[in-house]
Design a protein around this ligand. Sequence first.
Ligand SMILES: Cc1cc2nc3c(=O)[nH]c(=O)nc-3n(C[C@H](O)[C@H](O)[C@H](O)COP(=O)(O)OP(=O)(O)OC[C@H]3O[C@@H](n4cnc5c(N)ncnc54)[C@H](O)[C@@H]3O)c2cc1C
Ligand SMILES: *[C@@H]1O[C@H](CO)[C@@H](O)[C@H](O)[C@H]1NC(C)=O
Ligand SMILES: *[C@@H]1O[C@H](CO)[C@@H](O)[C@H](O)[C@H]1NC(C)=O
Ligand SMILES: *[C@@H]1O[C@H](CO)[C@@H](O)[C@H](O)[C@H]1NC(C)=O
Length: 420
Amino acid sequence: MSESTPSSRKNIVILGGSYAGISVAHYVLKHAIPTLPQTEAYQVVIISSASEAMCRPACPRALISDDMFPQEKLFVSIPKQFEQYPEGSFRFVHGSATAVDHDQRMVTVRLEAGKTETLKYHTLVVATGASTPSPLFGLNRDEAFLKEAWVEFRSSLATAKRIVIAGGGPAGVETAGELGEYLNGRAGFLSSQLDNPKVSITVVTAGSNILPALRPSIAKTAEQYLAKVGVTVIKNTRVKGVSPPNAGADSSNLTTGATIALDDGSSLEADLFIPATGMTPNTSFLSQILLTSTGQVNTNLSTLRVDAAGPRVYALGDVSSSARPAVHNILAAVPVVGANIKRDLLLAAGKSESEVNVEKLFKEDKRETQMVPIGKSKGVGAAMGWKLPSWMVWAIKGRDYWLWTTGGLWSGKQWAKESK
Ligand SMILES: Cc1cc2nc3c(=O)[nH]c(=O)nc-3n(C[C@H](O)[C@H](O)[C@H](O)COP(=O)(O)OP(=O)(O)OC[C@H]3O[C@@H](n4cnc5c(N)ncnc54)[C@H](O)[C@@H]3O)c2cc1C
Ligand SMILES: *[C@@H]1O[C@H](CO)[C@@H](O)[C@H](O)[C@H]1NC(C)=O
Ligand SMILES: *[C@@H]1O[C@H](CO)[C@@H](O)[C@H](O)[C@H]1NC(C)=O
Ligand SMILES: *[C@@H]1O[C@H](CO)[C@@H](O)[C@H](O)[C@H]1NC(C)=O
């Protein structure tokens, strides 16, 4: 198939095959390429470490068992989603970008098969996302690595009596809620907490509340729901050190017992430790001068171009400095990147300013928006500044952790219409 068959066309290279990369690829193939004077002169190339895309938000529940979700919906083949486009217009490269020379406009890729390939790009989109310290929460390498981590975690879950989760953000809270309900069940209607839970589960957060993106009263409700499934929250406390230092973070010590030192001088013993703090943007292949001090791609907040990288270079998603890392921000960024790629390609193909659309500008919606299921029937959250009742969080997210939305995203149906 198209894999590893370079063409003489102008490459529109997209690094990363997840929410951001797959969406931009569909958008460009549907709405930009067909408008260019010489359609056959271009090829969209996705370079991705993983050959499958997955519904990342589902990880806190999916890690417990393959029975939680239909696996063929949870993981889908990336190249399959692009068979709908004309021969030669798309190529999938299974490998990791290891270097981008933005002066020569070249990308070096370590192919999955072991070899190295260097490609010239006409347009570049950086969409390599961010990695979590725990390998349980996404495609830190590829789908095989993620599934292996889940298998190992599950086998230890059977005997674990003490689980400690560092981090009071949504990943930590959702994982605690799922594990609590699965291992301990739920306290009766009239009890405020589950007494003597089978497995002790502790969430440690440095914050004065869990879920800092939501107002404190919503966070308090989440804490009550957690208590109902036997989860204890320790607030205002930082994890100072973990022994062994890579417990829960490295595949060699993913399920080792650990001692967790806290900054109040006390310590916790865990049979399983899950670090759920801190994302690392995947930017090791880019020159430092293109990055912010926190390691994200320094992106123009309006146009989503990477101005310092030369013409026709863009970034979006968790790797970019353009917005808080969340899917709804990516969905808003895709039509902006798509429209600006179209405009820039038309100009580069010789069209004049008067023949092309003006730049499309991005503006992050900063209203309180986050949904956090706590087990299979409860949840807390807010959308566009409005507090949501538990049943609505369940209906929108908790029921299947957004799996109802990913089919149309991966297949490109979501991007059938060009946004004006
Ligand atoms: C546990 C958890 C729960 C979440 N829940 C929600 C939620 O409910 N709602 C919400 O809006 N957001 C949620 N998020 C955030 C959401 O998952 C991210 O915003 C989204 O996945 C970001 O998509 P992305 O395309 O930017 O990158 P990612 O999803 O991070 O994917 C990046 C891809 O690029 C690949 N890649 C990395 N480096 C390279 C390289 N050098 N070369 C080639 N390919 C590379 C990776 O393998 C990966 O496939 C959650 C995140 C986590 C971890
Ligand atoms: C992303 O970056 C992290 C940290 O540098 C690294 O551990 C991880 O393997 C990278 N992921 C991919 C898919 O290259
Ligand atoms: C894993 O933990 C053990 C201690 O339990 C430690 O000796 C070892 O070095 C750790 N492995 C790695 C790869 O760091
Ligand atoms: C972002 O891009 C616009 C349009 O090219 C430009 O006018 C503006 O100065 C850029 N912003 C920054 C902060 O460089």
